[in-house]
Design a protein around this ligand. Structure first.
Ligand SMILES: Cc1cc2nc3c(=O)[nH]c(=O)nc-3n(C[C@H](O)[C@H](O)[C@H](O)COP(=O)(O)O)c2cc1C
Length: 330
C-alpha cells in the first residue's frame, strides 16, 4: 500500500522539485541559527563574552610578539575592559577567559612599564582599571621565544608512519575506555589551532546507555559497524564564538582540525576510531542536541565511534589518489 502511494506521489508534476526545495530550506535555517547565536546577536550570554574576551586578548597578544614594538592595543584593551565589566555586572562565575582577560591587562601594564610608555592614554586606562581589579588567577599571556632547536627536537617522530597507521575502525575490543585515556586524548586535541585561539569545539563522551541509543538512532553512517563494543563521541562547536558573517563556516573548519587531532591522539593510545558524518536535517540536529543536553548555540560537527583495537580489524583499502591529482602549483 505504502509503495503504491509513493508511486502515485512520484508521478505528480514538480514533486521532486518541491521535495528538494524543502530540503534546501536547511540552508536558511543555518543562516537564522547563525544570526540568532553569533557573538553579537541580541542576547548576552557568558559564553559570548568569554569568546569576545579571548578574541580581543588574542589580537592584543600578537602585539607582544612584534619584534620592534611601538605602543599598541588601545582599542583591544578598551574592549577587554568592557567585557570584564559586562561579565562582572552579570555576576557570571569567573572562568578561564575572565582570568585570561585580567592576566592580559596585567601583562600589558608590565610591558608598558618596561618600555617606559607610562604617559600613554592606554597605560593610564589599564593602570586605573587594574587598581580596582577583582580577584583573578594569573594565566600566562603575552609572547615568548622558542628556539629552532626545540622545534626540531620535539618534532622528531616518523609522522608519515604514524599517520599512515591510522585507519577508520569499525569493530572494537571488549574493553571499556579508560577515563585517563579519554582525558589524555582530549588534552592533546585541545592543542589544535583555532581561529584567534577561541577554542570553540567541545567533545561529548556518550557514556550513558540511553544516550548511546540516541546516537545510534540519529547517526546515519553506522551501517557496516559491529556496534557491540562501540563508544561514541560527539564533536560540536559554539556559534557564539563567531563574530561576523565571514566566519559562517569557521566552526566547521575548526571542528575538522580538532577532530583530526583527537582521532590521532586516540590512535596514539591504542584506540581505533571512525568519523560518522552528521548528515542530518536541521530539525533532527535540534532534536539530537536536546536529547543529549547539548547547549542550543552549538552545532553538531561530527560523531566519532571509538574503542580499543581488537586483535584483528577488517579495513576497506580506501586507496588514496595520486599526488598528481591533488597537488597544483599556480
Ligand atoms: C567527516 C567524515 C565522515 C565520515 N563518515 C563516515 C560514516 O558515516 N560511516 C563510515 O563508515 N565511515 C565514515 N567515514 C570514514 C571514511 O570512510 C574514511 O575516513 C575514508 O574512507 C578513508 O579511510 P581511512 O580513514 O581508513 O583512512 C567518515 C570520514 C570522515 C572524515
Amino acid at each position: 500500500m505504502k509503495t503504491k502511494i509513493k508511486n502515485v506521489i512520484k508521478k505528480i508534476p514538480g514533486v521532486f522539485y518541491i521535495r528538494d526545495k524543502i530540503k534546501f530550506l536547511d540552508f536558511n535555517s543555518d543562516k537564522v541559527f547563525f544570526l540568532k547565536n553569533y557573538m553579537y546577536s541580541n542576547v548576552i550570554t557568558k559564553e559570548k563574552i568569554e569568546y569576545e574576551m579571548i578574541l580581543e586578548i588574542h589580537k592584543l597578544e600578537k602585539g607582544f610578539a612584534v619584534v620592534n614594538p611601538r605602543p599598541f592595543g588601545i582599542d583591544k584593551v578598551k574592549k577587554i575592559i568592557n567585557c570584564i565589566r559586562k561579565y562582572e555586572n552579570n555576576n557570571f562565575k569567573s572562568g578561564f577567559a575572565y582570568n585570561l582577560a585580567y592576566s592580559s591587562l596585567e601583562e600589558y601594564k608590565k610591558f608598558y612599564e618596561e618600555k617606559e610608555w607610562t604617559e600613554t592614554e592606554q597605560y593610564k586606562l589599564v593602570s586605573d582599571f587594574m587598581n580596582n581589579a577583582k580577584e583573578y588567577i594569573y594565566i600566562p599571556v603575552g609572547a615568548y621565544d622558542l628556539n629552532k632547536s626545540d622545534f626540531i627536537e620535539d618534532s622528531k617522530i616518523d609522522f608519515d608512519k604514524f599517520l599512515s597507521s591510522r585507519k577508520s575502525i569499525r569493530n572494537f575490543a571488549d574493553k571499556k575506555l579508560e577515563a585517563e585515556d579519554i582525558t589524555k586524548a582530549v588534552n592533546t586535541a585541545i592543542k589544535s589551532p583555532s581561529a584567534c585561539n577561541r577554542q570553540m569545539c567541545k567533545v561529548y563522551y556518550i557514556d550513558n546507555v540511553d544516550n548511546k541509543k540516541v546516537v545510534e538512532k540519529y547517526a546515519q553512517g553506522l551501517g557496516l559497524f559491529d556496534l557491540t563494543n562501540a563508544n561514541y563521541f560527539v564533536i560540536t562547536f559554539d556559534v557564539a564564538a563567531n563574530y561576523f558573517v565571514g566566519e559562517r563556516n569557521q566552526g566547521w573548519f575548526n571542528a575538522g582540525l580538532f577532530s583530526m587531532n583527537f582521532v590521532n591522539a586516540l590512535h596514539s593510545l591504542g584506540i581505533g576510531s571512525c568519523f560518522i558524518q552528521f548528515g542530518n536535517s536541521f530539525k533532527e540536529e535540534e532534536e539530537f542536541k536536546k536529547l543529549l543536553n547539548i547547549p542550543s548555540s552549538e552545532r553538531v560537527a561530527v560523531i566519532i565511534t571509538a574503542g580499543y583495537y581488537d586483535e584483528v580489524s577488517r579495513i576497506p583499502y580506501s586507496t588514496r589518489k595520486d599526488i598528481s591529482e591533488i597537488y597544483r602549483v599556480r
